[in-house]
Ligand binder design. Structure first.
Ligand SMILES: O=C[C@H](O)[C@H](O)COP(=O)(O)O
Ligand SMILES: C=C(OP(=O)(O)O)C(=O)O
Length: 357
């Protein structure tokens, strides 16, 4: 055996992490929370299958960094959700993992204390606790599945997942999604390309065999059955939006050509709003208009919203963080969110029941 060290040369250290099973023993899903997850997933399946006339809206902060603000947001959203539930199914955006264009804070799981201490074990605990609490309120939750291992710790709490624009083309993420237990939205690429999302939908419906971990943290061969509830998320890109009726029609054509379910989510944020939160309500209005005019393929929306408007950089002194303000992309504030969703419900409440594909 050679004495030369040839591996892990760029690895500073490796530490064991709590297993998914142990985390779930510490923080188990209550019956009430499990019911929210199961009924949230089923309602989304029914919407995608055309059995439930409503739209679902994934709405909430760009990222969660402060669980107190997230809980306050969740309790407000739950009230709004009850008010509009005849027309809209509201699912809270609870994003703990942020894909960065280059570098930056990667989310609450990766760095829960926002200070580069990267206490991932604590991040998993804080994240799971919050997910349990929101589900216990009766509000289903959506997240981005970015790290291929983290779903083993959290997926039992999630009603809908996204694969982001930066990872839709990744085989690893398509494989993982083929085994996830909920509907999954694939964003178009950051350059606006739709093909990557259409190809992801094809891939995810198939079974895959790949490397992963099981509940005991044991390295395992994961053999999946395929996920039949993949759909496209139009988020704009390459400097252009793609929520307009022409882009939506082109997306429908692409899905038809590939013999895929015509199920589209419009992301009102990201390149569809040039990351300007003030544009998001305008996108919501435009999409509402398309539906009133007869569109049947748009089944869901995504909105980035927080308690307060805009965003902030992470300050050197964390005491200077402003409460309820995003530390990643800029969000619309609560009042704007409530108004935009109420307006949507008003315009769609008599339209959606008669909507036929
Ligand atoms: O949704 C959040 C951001 O758009 C995404 O994480 C990329 O952020 P960045 O370009 O600031 O890294
Ligand atoms: C990172 C996100 O979006 P995208 O992948 O579309 O950039 C997001 O929704 O948080």
């Amino acid at each position: 055996m050679s004495g030369k060290i040839l591996e892990n040369l760029n690895v500073a250290s490796q530490e064991p992490l709590i297993t998914p099973e142990a985390l779930k023993q510490e923080l188990p899903l209550s019956d009430q929370a499990a019911e929210t997850v199961a009924s949230g997933r089923q309602a989304i399946y029914d919407i995608m299958d055309g059995k439930d006339h409503r739209l679902f809206i994934v709405v909430g902060p760009c990222s969660i960094h402060d669980v107190k603000a997230a809980r306050e947001y969740a309790s407000r959203l739950k009230k709004l959700s009850d008010e509009v539930s005849d027309t809209l199914l509201l699912v809270m955006r609870v994003y703990f993992e942020k894909p960065r264009t280059t570098v930056g804070w990667k989310g609450l799981i990766n760095d829960p204390h926002l200070n580069d201490t990267f206490d991932i074990e604590q991040g998993l605990h804080i994240g799971r606790r919050l997910l349990l609490d929101i589900n216990e309120l009766g509000l289903p939750v959506a997240t981005e599945a970015l790290d291929p291992i983290s779903p083993q710790y959290l997926q039992d709490t999630i009603a809908w997942s996204a694969i982001g624009a930066r990872t839709t083309e990744s085989q690893t993420h398509r494989e993982m999604s083929s085994g996830l237990s909920m509907a999954i939205g694939f964003k178009n690429g950051t350059d606006g390309s739709l093909d990557v999302a259409v190809n992801a939908m094809k891939s995810v419906s198939h079974s895959h065999n790949f490397l992963g971990i099981d509940q005991k943290g044991q390295v395992a061969i994961i053999r999946t059955k395929g996920n039949n509830y993949g759909h496209v998320v139009l988020r704009g890109g390459g400097g252009k939006p793609n929520y307009d009726s022409v882009s939506v029609a082109l997306c429908e054509q692409a899905m038809e050509k590939a013999s895929l379910r015509k199920s589209i989510m419009v992301d009102c944020s990201h390149a569809n709003s040039s990351k300007d939160p003030a544009i998001q309500p305008l996108v919501m209005q435009d999409v509402t208009h398309q539906i009133v005019e007869g569109n049947t393929s748009i089944q869901s929306l995504m909105v980035e919203s927080h308690l307060e408007w805009g965003n902030q950089s992470i300050p050197e002194n964390l005491d200077d963080l402003k409460y309820g303000v995003s530390i990643t992309d800029a969000c619309i504030d609560w009042d704007t969110t409530e108004k935009a969703i109420r307006d949507m419900r008003e315009k769609l409440k008599n339209v959606l029941p008669g909507r036929t594909a």
